[in-house]
Write a protein that binds this ligand. Structure first.
Ligand SMILES: NC(=O)c1ccc[n+]([C@@H]2O[C@H](COP(=O)([O-])OP(=O)(O)OC[C@H]3O[C@@H](n4cnc5c(N)ncnc54)[C@H](OP(=O)(O)O)[C@@H]3O)[C@@H](O)[C@H]2O)c1
Length: 332
């Protein structure tokens, strides 16, 4: 018998503008248009998912919206030759869970251009262990490479190192031979961060705010997922010609700095945006994840949770209480 409904986490907006999230059984006929129908096996938990589900920031741009910015699953139907039933696919970003129904659902119908084939080296579960967080970490490392930051350039600092982007950035940078300083507010994660490849651990408080506009130049580069005071502090401590890849706002969306790092040291501030990218660039980034992210390290920082736990997990990631990555088992 054909499936008529699918379970999803639906975001709706009340008349007062409040966002409310709930589990719903939605008719398959309600799925939006798209060339590829995917049976979703796994999604993942990202900071942005936490904001969307708790309603702490207006992530969804239209309602009702199926939440979940990531998905991995198997193609059921396709009207384009690039994908065939049975293919394993990944969808991250592309405004899934924002403008287009996302991955916290048993089924997703999406545009073919939003999907990439799942590399054969990864299971669907591992692909979501990576998800948007790992994809963004890889993108940030590629941005440093493109600005000629090599392992010989010096130390790379990673903020929010206990989180998803941060811990995957530590693992990737260490695998590539960089010397990594991991910044965390959770000293209990130090051992794990060392195992991922961090050469040193810094307390979050040490880099909370800049001490002066130009401080002692320590960092050749940075992957920053927290913004705010820590990003300003890193800019003030970056070596001449160094590059800082900024991708997040877990501490604050604000940035109070001076132009001195830019005009007296030639420091580059590199913006990282993982949502809209050409499919070829997405495939290139996934290809680098295959070679540069050790699977043994990925596995140790991944936990799997059922979709039924999503409300609790969303609150915890926004509170900075999630370590590493949580894969969401949509079928459980
Ligand atoms: N630009 C993009 O395309 C893109 C893509 C993915 C993610 N992001 C952004 O990147 C950030 C990280 O995402 P994620 O999924 O990795 O989230 P996450 O797992 O929650 O990681 C964030 C980490 O930041 C640290 N942190 C939390 N609150 C902090 C505070 N007040 N001050 C300093 N550090 C704090 C915590 O690490 P410690 O406990 O170890 O300090 C936390 O684990 C988010 O802002 C997200 O929106 C952007």
């Amino acid at each position: 018998m054909p499936v008529e409904t699918f379970r999803a986490v639906l975001l709706e907006q009340s008349a007062e503008g409040q966002v409310e999230a709930s589990f719903r059984d939605l008719p398959v006929a309600d799925l939006p248009e798209g060339e590829v129908l995917v049976q979703v096996a796994y999604s993942s938990l990202n900071y942005k998912d936490g904001l969307a589900i708790t309603g702490k920031a207006p992530i969804a741009r239209r309602y009702p919206m199926v939440a979940g910015i990531d998905l991995a699953g198997t193609v059921i139907e396709s009207s384009v030759p690039e994908f065939r039933p049975g293919d394993r696919v990944i969808g991250t970003g592309n405004e899934l869970g924002e403008r287009h129904w996302g991955g916290y659902a048993g089924l997703a119908r999406v545009r073919a251009g939003w999907l990439v084939p799942c590399p054969p080296e990864f299971t669907l579960q591992q692909a979501m262990g990576i998800g948007t967080a790992g994809f963004t970490a890889m993108q940030a490392v590629l941005a440093l490479e493109a600005h000629e930051i090599t392992p010989a350039s010096g130390e790379i600092v990673v903020t929010g190192a206990g989180g998803g982007v941060g811990s995957l950035a530590v693992a990737i940078l260490a695998q590539l031979g960089y010397t990594v300083a991991a910044v965390t507010g959770r000293p209990q994660l130090a051992e794990r961060l060392r195992w991922l490849g961090a050469a040193s651990i810094l307390e979050r408080a040490e880099l909370a705010e800049p001490r002066r506009p130009l401080d002692k130049a320590r960092w050749a580069g940075a992957v920053d997922s927290v913004g705010g005071g820590p990003l300003a502090a890193i800019l003030s401590q970056t070596q001449p010609g160094g590059s800082v890849a900024a991708c997040g706002l877990a501490a604050s969306p604000e940035l109070h700095t001076t132009v001195y790092p830019f005009i007296l040291r030639g420091v580059n501030l590199l913006g990282i945006y993982s949502v809209i990218l050409p499919p070829e660039e997405r495939a290139r980034i996934w290809g680098r994840l295959v070679t540069d992210l050790p699977l043994a390290k990925l596995e140790t920082l991944m936990a799997v949770a059922p979709l039924s736990a999503i409300f609790d997990l969303a609150a915890r990631i926004v509170a900075g209480q999630i370590a590493g990555r949580v894969v969401i088992d949509v079928s459980a």
